[in-house]
Design a protein around this ligand. Structure first.
Ligand SMILES: [Mn+2]
Length: 449
């Protein structure tokens, strides 16, 4: 079966029912997926409701079932447990062990759910099958894919994401340009863009505000000019900065491969104002992430649906707060880092929100890339949130290892090959780590055989 046939099957199924409850993931991709599903149902004239969860577990299912919907539509969420309810639709891209009939997932069609299609993209495919006019939602699928960093590996969107991108271009919603890949081209002063530069890291510059300022002043920028934005610089000024970064990378022995990572595709939303956090899809996604993860997914959803009046101002507050939380969280995680045989881990207890531990684990895994990195933070209802990341391209399947280790201590988990997560009962962390190491060990040894 082709992915498009699966989409048509889902369309027919949804059309036959009323009252759909959308359950979506509490991150940028999930918010975009939820927005696409909501608009699609609204245009169909269906009754619908939407809720946001971190992951699908018994409690979240119970909550939705209490509302007595005809259909539950999970977007950007893998369903890895048995659900005692027939009418389930899933549009997702996580790898799962359980399979449902009305589930559209790139992994089931031999596509890589990490780069080829996001949760928002999977939802968009169904939406577009429903009505070709829903092409005007394609930009949301692009934002969702960028939110899940699907453009990072190749510095451009690939696979089905690329087809969705061309929908967005032909609908006049997105413009593509090639530019510096660092975050904050439009909204950050250039010294801050360099400060957070992480792929590639600028040797002796990224991470130190002082070093960033003197880097720019040495290139002839005045103390006032370092507050200009990247997009405001002339071609000549941009070139000057880029070649100095390249020179430093070469000096420190980084090859041309890392220099090539400096430039790649950038996606600009034509209906948003230049110089705001809404114009560049990656910045838009970050705004959604920080708003949703701090408990206001409703504001993030409004931004996606174009209701910007108050929501943009509110969302910017969350963004500033998010930056602060990330930097204190990173310091704490670094201080708590523990090494084991086949993995590194840290536990931040209740000092970091469980919704942010994933971002912290991601960032830190670049510094400790030789082994998988596991982050723990206290969650709700006596649970501990687990995040796992692996930066090396070894033959490890974190999704499977996390799923099995979580299961062995009475938790739930899953995700992607190099990025996975779980919820486990508090107090089982050591047992979980033991089980995880055992599973990772057997994955590695079967690789050798
Ligand atoms: Mn996703």
């Amino acid at each position: 079966m082709q992915i498009i046939e699966k989409a048509r099957e889902i369309v027919e199924f949804i059309k036959k029912h009323d009252d759909v409850h959308i359950v979506t993931h509490l991150d940028a991709d999930g918010i975009c997926a939820g927005a696409i599903a909501a608009r699609t149902l609204e245009r169909l004239g269906k009754d619908f409701d939407i809720s946001f969860v971190k992951q699908v577990d018994e409690a979240s299912i119970e909550n939705v079932l209490n509302k007595n919907p005809d259909v539950i539509w999970f977007t950007d969420l893998g369903v890895n447990i048995d659900v005692d309810f027939e009418n389930i639709v899933i549009t997702d891209h996580h790898t799962t062990v359980k399979h449902y009939r009305y589930s559209l997932n790139p992994n089931d069609f031999g596509l890589d759910g990490c780069v080829a299609l996001s949760g928002a993209g999977a939802t968009y495919i169904v939406s577009k099958s429903m009505d070709a006019r829903n092409k005007d939602l394609s930009h949301l699928a692009v934002i969702g894919a960028c939110g899940d960093l699907q453009d990072r590996r190749e510095r451009q969107l690939v696979g089905l994401n690329r087809e969705i991108l061309s929908d967005a271009i032909s609908a006049g919603l997105i413009n593509v340009t090639k530019d510096i890949q660092y975050f904050g081209r439009e909204s950050k002063p250039i010294f801050r863009l360099l400060l957070y530069a992480d792929d590639p890291v600028i040797p002796g510059v990224s991470g130190s505000e002082e070093a960033c300022i003197s880097f720019l002043m040495n290139l002839g920028f005045s103390r006032k000019e370092i507050y200009r934005k990247w997009v405001e610089l002339s071609k000549g000024e941009k070139r000057k900065i880029l070649s100095e970064i390249a020179r430093r990378l070469l000096d420190k022995g980084f090859g041309s491969k890392s220099i090539r990572r400096l430039i790649g595709e950038v996606y600009l939303l034509n209906n948003e104002k230049e110089g705001t956090e809404l114009h560049d899809t990656r910045e838009f996604a970050t705004l959604l992430n920080s708003t949703a993860r701090y408990g206001r997914p409703d504001i993030a959803l409004k931004l996606c649906l174009g209701e910007k009046e108050n929501s943009f101002k509110e969302a910017r507050k969350f963004l500033n707060n998010h930056r602060q939380t990330l930097s204190t969280g990173l310091q704490l995680a670094r201080a708590k880092l523990e090494k084991r045989k086949t993995l590194n881990y840290f536990h931040v207890g209740n000092r970091v929100r469980d919704t942010v531990v994933g971002s912290i684990t991601s960032i830190l895994s670049k510094e400790f890339s030789s082994l998988p990195l596991i982050g723990f933070a206290d969650g709700e209802n006596g649970h501990v949130k687990v995040s796992a990341r692996y930066r090396n391209s070894g033959e490890i399947d974190l999704s499977r290892a996390i799923y099995l280790a979580a299961l062995s201590v009475g938790g739930t988990g899953g995700g992607h090959r190099y990025a996975a997560g779980a919820l486990i009962p508090k107090g089982t962390e050591e047992m979980f780590l033991d089980a995880l190491e055992k599973e990772l060990g057997s994955q590695l040894s079967s690789d050798v055989l």
